[in-house]
Design a protein around this ligand. Structure first.
Ligand code: F6P
Length: 548
């Protein structure tokens, strides 16, 4: 197979870049009043405007040619048919099956997974009904008021992000907390707010061996035993895992273990029982709507031609900047309080998937892959990092996210929020020329000399690209579509870069190095194998630690 950079389609894009690099996006809007119509599309209630990008119709054509040459069609088909595309772990990536509520029969290694999925959905349904309707009672006979999810990474970020977005759908008589960090401060913050008699802990861990989660589990077990004055914690703990035997070994009753499977990647697991805290809070019908929304995006992704395919277009525009404009990062900027956690959720989804330097065949890669993904609420960002977006040296392509519907309370704030987003994307694209600033300053009474000195500092180069994703309303269905949109965008980029987007070996080394350091923090002397920095920091900690 030819290397990506040796493909004609890649090289044509390199030449095309040279003809385009100095052109201005704003000029294209003047030349073509229909540019917005040409470079935008809707899938259900989600509008993607990608017109404020360094793109012409020719660019799009060349990018879709690259996707064809990289065999994207076949790779999408391999993904959905359950081929073991995660080569290093010899497993498929079938999170889409979890949201195929039509129940299309699918087999993994000869086993019918559709039945397993439906069984767990039913178990989730029954359990959520019991808890929400206060039938489920704790060991002292009281109904649950607080759900606490103990889990990290994929066993935390999806449900927390989705719950925050769908907070208006949450049961008013339940509160939900997420403990992910091993920092005792986090645990303390939650445990001081809740009552053991009315608290239900969900231990969520695909492997059921993640040290942070297991340490938190042991601590909460002791806290529960002490608070309830019993060792029978059965009504206060359930588990979500792909390793049910390990959960059983912790004394979690079998019927309170919600299974998921090795073919669900951790960062793609919100659609499985990992979504249990979300389902408990918003109710199973809304959780099913969340799955249906993702399924609608799956259908679109599988069937739309590349030039009208939202995830494919977003992926190609990203590749255009990363590989041809040398952009190193990508910002996700929601103008939506509900989507506050979305950048952090996508950080795992994108960077754990595509932060790779080796091809699927194991060869070193000579082109850039997944970007540094970051982001924060837009209006707050305007008063923090936007200075750099407007005048800094880095090219940062941005996805702006916003919703058209507004809260009933304080509705007049929403126009201001939307206007803030649109004015920023406009400012980033248009910029402000030196000439404009000079004449503005002189009309304000500055002398020519003063104006000349000040103007370069005030000049805004513009020509900075962005997508705008406009969601009609943040409903469970639309949120499901949004999550799936990004999942598929990430998949397409990984497919074109020819990497395995479904493993995460990079996180393993740190895990291996932790136990000896942990032991040496309490040992009398420390091991000899450390570099002087690590050894120095261990001694520094031992000499300075004190309870606070
Ligand atoms: O360390 C990374 C990781 O393996 C993620 O991929 C995963 O989502 C997270 O840890 C938590 O893993 P688990 O669900 O097995 O506890």
């Amino acid at each position: 197979m030819k290397k990506l950079t040796q493909l004609n389609e890649w090289q044509t894009l390199q030449t095309h870049y040279k003809t385009l690099a100095n052109q201005r996006i704003a000029d294209w809007f003047i030349q073509d009043p229909n540019r917005f119509q040409k470079f935008s599309l809707s899938v259900g209630d989600i509008l993607l405007d990608y017109s404020k990008n360094h793109l012409t119709p020719e660019t799009l054509c060349l990018l879709t040619n690259l996707a064809e040459a990289a065999d994207l069609k076949a790779k999408i088909s391999d993904l959905f048919s359950g081929k073991s595309i995660n080569l290093t772990e010899n497993r498929p990536a079938l999170h889409m099956a979890l949201r195929d509520t039509a129940g299309t029969e699918l087999h993994v290694k000869g086993h019918n997974i559709t039945k397993d999925i439906q069984k767990t959905l039913q178990q989730m349904h029954d359990f959520t009904e019991q808890v929400r309707n206060q039938i489920w009672r704790g060991s002292t006979g009281k109904a649950m008021t607080d759900i606490v999810n103990i889990g990290i990474g994929g066993s935390h970020l999806g449900p927390e992000t989705a719950l925050r977005a769908l907070n208006e759908y949450a049961a008013p008589h339940l509160r939900c907390h997420f403990i992910s960090n091993i920092d005792g401060t986090h645990l303390h913050e939650v445990l001081t707010k809740i009552n053991p008699e009315t608290s239900l802990f969900i231990i969520s861990s695909k492997s059921f061996s993640t040290p942070e989660t297991l340490t938190n589990l042991k601590t909460i077990q002791a806290w529960l035993s002490h608070g309830l004055n019993t060792t029978d914690l059965s009504k206060h703990r359930v588990a979500v895992t792909a390793a049910p035997q390990k959960a059983k070994a912790f004394g979690i009753p079998e019927q309170q273990i919600f299974n998921f499977w090795e073919w669900v990647g951790g960062r793609y697991s919100v659609w499985s029982a990992v979504g249990l805290p979300l389902a408990l809070m918003i109710g199973m019908p809304h959780f099913i709507a969340f799955l249906n929304g993702a399924n609608a995006m799956d259908q679109h992704f599988q069937t739309a031609t590349f030039s009208e395919n939202m995830p494919v277009l977003m992926a190609l525009v990203g590749i255009w900047y990363i590989n041809f404009f040398d952009a190193k990062s990508h910002a996700i900027i929601p103008y939506s309080h509900a989507l506050n956690d979305f950048p952090k959720y996508l950080q795992q989804a994108d960077m754990e998937s595509n932060g790779k330097s080796i091809t699927r065949e194991g060869d070193p890669i000579d082109y850039t892959t997944g970007p540094i993904l970051w982001g924060e609420q837009g209006v707050n960002g305007q008063h923090a990092f936007y200075q750099s977006l407007h005048q800094g040296k880095h090219l940062v392509p941005i996805d702006f996210l916003l919703a058209a519907s507004y809260p009933k309370k304080y509705p007049h704030h929403h126009n201001m929020l939307v206007a803030s987003c649109l004015s920023q994307s406009q400012a980033l694209m248009q910029g402000k020329s030196l000439e404009m600033i000079l004449s503005e300053l002189m009309s304000q009474g500055f002398t020519q000399e003063e104006a000349k000195q000040l103007a370069p500092h005030k000049m805004i180069p513009g020509n900075r690209p962005s997508n705008t994703i406009f969601i009609k309303k943040i409903t469970p269905f639309n949120l499901g579509s949004l999550f799936a949109l990004y999942e598929h965008k990430i998949f397409v980029q990984g497919a074109i870069w020819n990497i395995n987007s479904f493993d995460q070996w990079g996180v393993e080394l740190g895990k291996q190095l932790l136990p000896p350091i942990l032991a040496d923090l309490t040992n009398h002397s420390i091991g000899l194998s450390y570099d002087s920095s690590t050894a120095g920091l261990i001694y520094h900690y031992k000499n300075t630690r004190e309870p606070s």
